[in-house]
Structures are given as C-alpha cells and as structure tokens.
Design a protein around this ligand. Structure first.
Ligand SMILES: *[C@@H]1O[C@H](CO)[C@@H](O)[C@H](O)[C@H]1NC(C)=O
Length: 131
C-alpha cells in the first residue's frame, strides 16, 4: 500500500517540479474544453521552468479589452492552441503595441515590442480565436 502510494505520488511531483510549456495540441481546461491560449505568470531562462506560476485561460472568442483583474502586465510566457491565434495589446483597451501570437512562447521577454521594449509583463488586452 505504502509503495503504491509512493509510486503514484512521486511522478506527479517530478512533473510539477520540472514543468515545461504544454504543447499546442495539449491545452484543455479542467472541464475538458479546448483552450484557445494559456497565459502564464512566469517564465525562466531555463526552458523547463517556463510556463509556471498562475495561468489565465483564453477560450475561443474571448475578447478582453481589459484583461481580467490581477493580470495586467503580469504574463511572461504563453501557449496558443493549434489553429488558434492570440492578438494582444500593450495598453488597455486595445491600444499601444499590438502583436499576434501562435504556438509556444517560452520567453515573452525575447519578443520585441516596439523599438526598445519586450513583451514580458506587457499584455493588457487580448482577443483569442480558433478556426
Ligand atoms: C518579467 O518582468 C518581471 C517584472 O519586471 C520580472 O520580475 C521578471 O523577472 C521578468 N521575466 C523575465 C523572464 O525576465
């Protein structure tokens, strides 16, 4: 019994400790619905530590000129589902710099915003759609 419990719990801990960004074909909500994009609080120089912290799910058609409370300028990595795209703006409501994302973005810091900026902790509005 004890051994079984260890075997069941231990792999879960490993997954949690070495989280990686989910693949673009793996995004599902807790209720099993397809997620358009998942936006994460943290990223890291180490790829296996990106896509960590709290996350915010955008469903197909979600249009938020004002990102939900607590998330303004907080997002550091994100994953967009296959056949979906995420449009983001740096200033609410849908002003400032604009950018379209697809696929897995481990480091928003490496995505240039304007001449000198980057997209780390810069998303303030978003619109997500899937085909
Ligand atoms: C993103 O910005 C936040 C706030 O400035 C900072 O704490 C964090 O380290 C940055 N992330 C990266 C990957 O540089």
């Amino acid at each position: 019994m004890e051994l079984t419990r260890c075997l069941l719990i231990f792999p879960f801990l490993l997954v949690a400790a070495f989280a990686q960004c989910p693949a673009s074909n793996q995004l599902k909500s807790e209720s099993g619905e397809k997620v358009c994009a998942r936006m994460f609080e943290h990223s890291s120089y180490y790829y296996d530590q990106s896509c960590t912290g709290k996350y915010l799910d955008a469903m197909n058609g979600d249009d938020f000129p004002f990102i939900p409370l607590g998330w303004n300028n907080r997002i550091s990595s994100l994953v967009v589902s296959n056949r979906c795209e995420l449009l983001v703006w740096s200033i609410s409501p849908k002003r400032g710099s604009k950018r379209r994302f697809t696929g897995v973005v481990y480091h928003l810091k490496e995505v240039q915003k304007g001449l000198f900026g980057n997209w780390n902790d810069s998303i303030s509005s978003y619109y997500c759609t899937c085909k």
